[in-house]
Write a protein that binds this ligand. Sequence first.
Ligand SMILES: NC(=O)c1ccc[n+]([C@@H]2O[C@H](COP(=O)([O-])OP(=O)(O)OC[C@H]3O[C@@H](n4cnc5c(N)ncnc54)[C@H](OP(=O)(O)O)[C@@H]3O)[C@@H](O)[C@H]2O)c1
Length: 292
Amino acid sequence: MLIMSGKEVAQEVRSEVRLSCERFKADTGHTPCLAVILVGDDPASMTYVFSKGRSCDEMGFDHRDYRLPADTAQQTLLTLIGTLNEDRAVDGILVQLPLPPHIDERIIISSIDPEKDVDGLHPVSMGRLMLGEPSFIPCTPGGVLRMLDHYSLETVGKSVVVVGRSNIVGKPMAALLMQKGRDATVTVCHSRSMNLKAHTLRADILIAAIGKPLAITADMVAPNAVVIDVGINRIADASRKSGYRLVGDVDYDSVSPLSSAITPVPGGVGVMTIAMLMENTLLAAKRHITRR
Ligand SMILES: NC(=O)c1ccc[n+]([C@@H]2O[C@H](COP(=O)([O-])OP(=O)(O)OC[C@H]3O[C@@H](n4cnc5c(N)ncnc54)[C@H](OP(=O)(O)O)[C@@H]3O)[C@@H](O)[C@H]2O)c1
């Protein structure tokens, strides 16, 4: 059984981006720049935003961090995004999700210039992705593809079952895998799917993006399946100083012995996301330079 290390693959992506960024800066005199907007003080979001800034530093990018109070008006956020859209020094704009309930996420995401949509969540990016046209690939599904490629796990002709249909993970994941070149036969399951197990048992590659700790158990997985666990869930653990530990959507201990390859949590897909954001930011900078 192969344990697919997100740490190892993310490190490879980061090294490639760092090198490519050095060459890009030398050739063009332009430094890629990511603007990250955080509204409110959700501790998990603050940690993610901090990590994104630190990763930009490591890559040799500029970054601008905007911390707005939780009661920021939607219009104030739209005005800031409008300014960043026009700013030629800024290549990528990322609004940290989730936003406070009084702000409409769809309106905010749609207001980002699609050419700066490094999170790949704008309707134009999603539409391009669906059509198989070049687009910014949402970072988490992009990270999953990168891990499959790194470990030479073929998707052509395979039965892939994606559990979860969120706009951030499940939907783009399914759309990417069905494209020509990836050529998987994709089934998407969700909370209304009847007899989930009948579907998951048919998977050569099972991708869990549910947000329910340890929901995929050994009886739901076919022998020798490749199992990708996107879930990141906190469960109480009195033995830890923090009082909790992170687990995936897959019951790793029971599923791993029967799978041919599996991603751990933590240290699996989770660490890929920021690496793919860095790749998208460099890609945005390269596209902007060619258009100037
Ligand atoms: N960096 C990363 O690695 C990364 C990034 C994003 C998310 N995540 C993690 O991935 C997980 C999913 O995130 P998300 O944003 O996609 O979550 P989400 O928006 O809550 O979507 C969860 C999906 O799972 C489905 N679902 C819920 N319960 C189910 C059940 N019992 N059986 C089958 N399907 C079920 C839901 O179905 P309905 O559509 O019917 O409600 C929904 O489509 C979370 O643990 C999250 O923390 C990790």
